[in-house]
Design a protein around this ligand. Structure first.
Ligand SMILES: Cc1ncc(COP(=O)(O)O)c(C=O)c1O
Length: 438
């Protein structure tokens, strides 16, 4: 680490640099000539706010607000029960088909339903039951905790003495692809991974792992929560079996918005939904006492869809489709690369270390920066600098780049705030709150 004096000089030089660039009008990278940017499609109450938390909760699209108002007033207020036949009953499939386009799936392979955790439970249990002669559910020890808990429960529920094999060190930020590939064998029933690691932002090679699993006769279940809307995905071309994901991050579907699930078409009739609700019945409105699972993606639903929160999702998905995943990926990589360059210039000498790979091909759309004082620095960024990242224990500051609306200025302002936090020891005066959400 540098001495305080040399760090302070660097800081002064850095701030002069930032002063110059921050006056420039920054525009969305992928539409530089447009008179308006995609940012204009979002409700931005404070133009000074630098929002880098799209990897936990995306911003509010203006069209989502209008749509929810419409569903409340015209639908619930006016149509009442008639709203179901007019539109609502079709929403899980209609939005599912649009998400299918984002993730390279086909019409009829995706449905919007339940939460990511519940969907993971349904699909993991169904896959383990189908592969009952194999004992191993393989995952990554650094996977999102809910996925690990759910996988344990799925093994118990499937009832074939299957066990979770979590590869890697749970205290690290990611597991290597080679370490995981070594463990895929003829005893593996299911490989279950998050496409982008939630701490480091590392991107698994979906095609390579799916192929290796298939060669060993195993199925693969991908959690796309941190990649959908941020990284191009082509499930069909990889013959991916199963996937789940949330809609409240890069898809900007709103807090607690319902999730989605994907089941490859030829598997839909083979897999049994372990939560047999009436919405997964072949004919829910016949009200038969005998259960018969729908022979389509509907077979993986459970109960009545939450229409108000579902209505909010479509606008964000439409914006993603209009922008195009290739352009969004280009924007994401340009911004995360700029962040890494500024990291080297401004932050690496201040006790910050990088918890994300420098290889853009292997990086999702968030960058994780570690510092022993990460928790207080995160709070300082929010309180003093109007910059919102998120904190992940023990020492990670996650900067989520939402390619729909983040731009260069966000990156520069964030790095400047990180620099000032340490240079001026601003974080030392921060008192940590006891708020439950970090
Ligand atoms: C990768 C991943 N999987 C699963 C979940 C859990 O999602 P939910 O709370 O919607 O079930 C999250 C939540 O952030 C996540 O990031």
């Amino acid at each position: 680490m540098k001495t305080n004096i040399s760090a302070a000089i660097d800081c002064a030089v850095g701030l002069a640099y930032f002063g110059r660039i921050s006056t420039a009008k920054q525009r969305c990278y992928y539409s530089p000539k447009a008179s308006r940017t995609v940012k204009d499609d979002f409700y931005i109450h404070d133009s000074e706010l630098c929002y880098l938390d799209g990897n936990s909760l995306g911003r509010l699209p203006k069209a989502a607000e209008q749509r929810v108002q419409q569903v409340v007033r015209e639908g619930w207020g006016t149509d009442l029960i008639g709203g179901w036949n007019k539109d609502w009953i079709h929403l899980p499939r209609r939005i599912g088909d649009k998400i299918a386009e984002v993730i390279g799936a086909s019409v009829g392979e995706v449905i919007v339903v339940d939460s990511t955790s519940i969907n993971l439970f349904k699909l993991a249990t169904a896959a383990l039951k189908l592969q009952s002669e194999r004992y191993k559910a393989l995952t990554d020890a650094t996977n999102f905790p809910s996925d690990l808990y759910v996988l344990e429960a799925a093994c118990e529920t499937a009832g074939y003495s299957q066990v979770v094999d979590a590869v890697g060190d749970p205290e690290s930020v990611e597991t290597t692809e080679d370490a995981l590939l070594c463990e895929i064998d003829e005893q593996t029933a299911l490989v279950c991974l998050s496409h982008v690691a939630f701490k480091s932002g590392a991107l698994w090679d979906l095609e390579r792992i799916t192929k290796a699993a298939h060669e060993a006769g195993a199925m693969v279940l991908w959690d796309l929560s941190h990649s959908v809307g941020a990284v191009p995905i082509d499930l069909n071309s990889c013959q991916a079996d199963l996937a789940v994901g949330c809609t409240y991050k890069y898809l900007c579907g709103g807090p607690g918005a319902p999730a989605f699930l994907y089941v490859r078409e030829d598997l839909q009739a083979l897999l049994s939904n372990p939560i047999q609700g009436w919405f997964s019945h072949e004919s829910p409105f016949v009200f038969s006492p005998e259960y018969e699972q729908a022979d389509s993606i509907n077979g993986f639903a459970v109960g009545t869809p939450p229409i108000l929160s579902m209505a909010a999702i479509e606008a964000g998905v439409d914006l993603i489709l209009a922008a195009g995943m290739e352009s969004l990926r280009e924007q994401s990589i340009a911004l995360s690369s700029e962040l890494l360059t500024l990291f080297d210039e401004k932050l690496s000498s201040l006790g910050y270390t990088l918890n994300s790979t420098r290889d853009a091909v292997r990086r999702g759309s968030h960058v994780s920066i570690a510092h022993p004082e990460a928790r207080r620095i995160t709070a300082n960024l929010i309180e003093r600098h109007h910059v919102i990242p998120d904190f992940r224990a023990p020492h990670n500051i996650r900067l989520g780049i939402a390619p729909l609306y983040n731009d260069s200025e966000d990156i520069r302002r964030c790095v400047q705030a990180l620099e000032l936090s340490v240079c001026n020891r601003e974080y030392e005066t921060i008192e940590l709150s006891s708020d439950p959400v970090t």
